[in-house]
Design a protein around this ligand. Structure first.
Ligand SMILES: Cc1ncc(COP(=O)(O)O)c(C=O)c1O
Length: 413
C-alpha cells in the first residue's frame, strides 16, 4: 500500500488521464451517412415510423428475449408513454421508487396522477417489495420501479406484491440496460420496460432517445398510439382514437440505436471486466471501502451504469465527502451526493400542494404527506458513485487502484 502525498495536499495525481467513452465509431457514422445518401438520392428527408425504427423495435424486442418494442424520443417519454398506455384513472396514485431521475417521476403528474415515493430497500438505491407495499392505498393504480445505477431491483418480490394488489408495473430501465435476475433481463418482468437512450446511458440513440419493451401485443399497440397522437395503429379507420402528444423516435436516432444495440453486450462486458480488475487489485479490501453489490441476492447481476461504493466511516478519520474530494483530486470520477436522483426532495415536489394535479378538487390524496425514506437517507449518507467507462482497461485499473489505495491509507484509523 502506498503512502505517497495526496494530490489534494499538493502531491502528484495517481490518475494521469482517463479516456472518454468513445461511444461512436465508424459504424454509427456509416449508418447515418447511408440515411443521408438516401435522402439526397430521393430528395426527401427521412422521417419517423419508417424502416429504421421498425427494425430498431424488432431488434430491441429480440434483444429483450422476444416481444415488442417501440422507439421513443427520450427516457422521460418512455415512462410517460408507458403510463399513458396503461390508461390510469386521473388522480389515482402511482408508487415510484424515491431514487430516480426527475424524468422517472414527473411524467406521473403530467398524466394527472399523484406520484407517491416509496423508500428504498435497506442498503440499496432501489425500492423493494415491502417499501412499495407500504405505500399502496385504495387509490393506487400502478407502480414504477427504477433499476438504479445498473443494479437490478428485486423484481420477483415486487411482482408478487403487484400481483397481490392487481397493479401494473413499469420498470424504468434508464440506468440499467443489461442487468439480469435469475437469468432474465431487467425490463422484462413488468408490463413494460422503459429505457432511456440519451448519450450518457449504456447505449444511446444519439443525444436523446429511448425504447419501450413489452411482451403484450395489446400493450404494444397502446404504446404506439400513446406515443403518436393517438393514431389508430392496428385499428380500423383513419381517425385518431385518443389524445396524446408526439413522442416518436425518428429514423436517424433509430439508425444510431440499431448500431449501439449491437455494441451493447461488449459495452456491458467491458464494464464488468473493469469491476473485476479493481476487485482483483483489492479495492474491496481497502479500509473505508465496502462493495454493496456483495449483498445482492444470488443471481442478481448488475451492469454498472456507475459503480456504487460505500464509505465505511468506522475505519476512517475523514468524512465520506472528504474521502471523495481526495479521490477526485487524484483524478477519479466520483460523486459523493446523488441528490440529483431524489426528485421528491426537490422544490417542485415540496411546493406541489399549489400545483395541478395536487390542487385539483378531485385529488383525494394527502397533498401534504411526508414520505419518510429512512433506508434511502442512510444509503445516501454513506454511498458514493464511482463512474466507470467501458473504455477503461488495465492501465486505468492500476491508476485508479493507486488513487483509492493512497486515499484509503492516508485516512485509515
Ligand atoms: C431512472 C431514470 N428515469 C428516467 C430518466 C429520464 O431519461 P431521459 O434523460 O432520457 O429523459 C433518467 C435519466 O437519467 C433516469 O436515470
Amino acid at each position: 500500500m502506498t503512502h505517497a502525498q495526496l494530490a489534494i495536499k499538493g502531491g502528484s495525481k495517481a490518475v494521469t488521464e482517463l479516456p472518454a467513452r468513445f461511444h461512436f465509431g465508424k459504424e454509427e457514422k456509416e449508418a447515418i451517412d447511408a440515411l443521408f445518401d438516401e435522402c439526397i438520392r430521393t430528395g426527401n428527408a427521412s422521417g419517423y415510423n419508417g424502416p429504421e425504427e421498425e427494425a430498431f423495435g424488432k431488434e430491441f424486442a429480440e434483444y429483450m428475449g422476444g416481444g415488442f418494442a417501440d422507439g421513443v424520443n427520450s427516457g422521460t417519454n418512455t415512462v410517460y408513454v408507458s403510463l399513458k398506455a396503461l390508461e390510469l384513472p386521473p388522480f389515482s396514485e402511482v408508487v415510484v421508487g424515491c431514487v430516480t431521475d426527475p424524468g422517472g417521476m414527473m411524467p406521473i403528474a403530467e398524466l394527472n396522477c399523484i406520484p407517491v415515493p416509496a423508500d428504498t430497500a435497506p442498503g440499496s438505491f432501489n425500492t423493494g417489495p415491502e417499501q412499495i407495499e407500504a405505500r399502496i392505498t385504495e387509490r393506487t393504480s400502478a407502480i414504477v420501479v427504477a433499476h438504479i445505477g445498473g443494479e437490478p431491483a428485486d423484481m420477483p418480490g415486487i411482482m408478487a406484491v403487484a400481483k397481490k394488489h392487481n397493479l401494473p408495473v413499469v420498470e424504468d430501465c434508464a440506468q440499467t440496460h443489461m442487468a439480469f435476475i435469475h437469468g432474465q433481463k431487467a425490463g422484462s418482468f413488468g408490463a413494460m420496460g422503459a429505457f432511456s437512450m440519451m448519450f450518457g446511458k449504456h447505449m444511446c440513440a444519439g443525444g436523446q432517445g429511448g425504447a419501450i419493451f413489452t411482451k403484450s401485443e395489446e400493450l404494444y399497440w397502446k404504446v404506439r398510439r400513446a406515443a403518436d397522437r393517438g393514431k389508430p395503429f392496428n385499428l380500423p379507420g383513419h381517425s385518431n382514437v385518443r389524445y396524446a402528444i408526439n413522442c416518436n423516435m425518428d429514423e436517424f436516432h433509430a439508425a444510431i440505436g440499431r448500431v449501439q444495440l449491437k455494441k451493447l453486450p461488449s459495452i456491458i462486458s467491458r464494464r464488468k471486466a473493469f469491476v473485476e480488475k479493481m476487485l482483483e487489485r483489492g479495492l474491496d479490501k481497502l479500509p473505508g471501502i465496502y462493495v454493496p453489490q456483495k449483498d445482492l441476492a444470488p443471481d442478481f447481476e448488475p451492469c454498472y451504469w456507475w459503480w456504487r461504493l460505500r464509505f465505511d466511516a468506522s475505519a476512517m478519520t475523514c468524512t465520506r465527502d472528504e474521502f471523495c474530494a481526495a479521490l477526485a483530486a487524484e483524478g477519479a470520477l466520483v460523486t459523493p451526493n446523488y441528490y440529483a436522483a431524489l426528485p421528491a426532495k426537490m422544490e417542485w415536489f415540496a411546493n406541489r400542494a399549489h400545483c395541478h394535479p395536487w390542487n385539483n378538487p378531485l385529488c383525494r390524496s394527502d397533498v401534504h404527506a411526508e414520505y419518510a425514506t429512512p433506508n434511502c437517507d442512510k444509503c445516501m449518507a454513506t454511498d458514493f458513485l464511482f463512474s466507470i467507462y467501458e473504455s477503461y482497461g488495465d492501465r486505468e485499473a492500476d491508476q485508479l487502484m493507486e488513487a483509492f489505495a493512497k486515499v484509503s491509507s492516508h485516512y485509515a484509523k
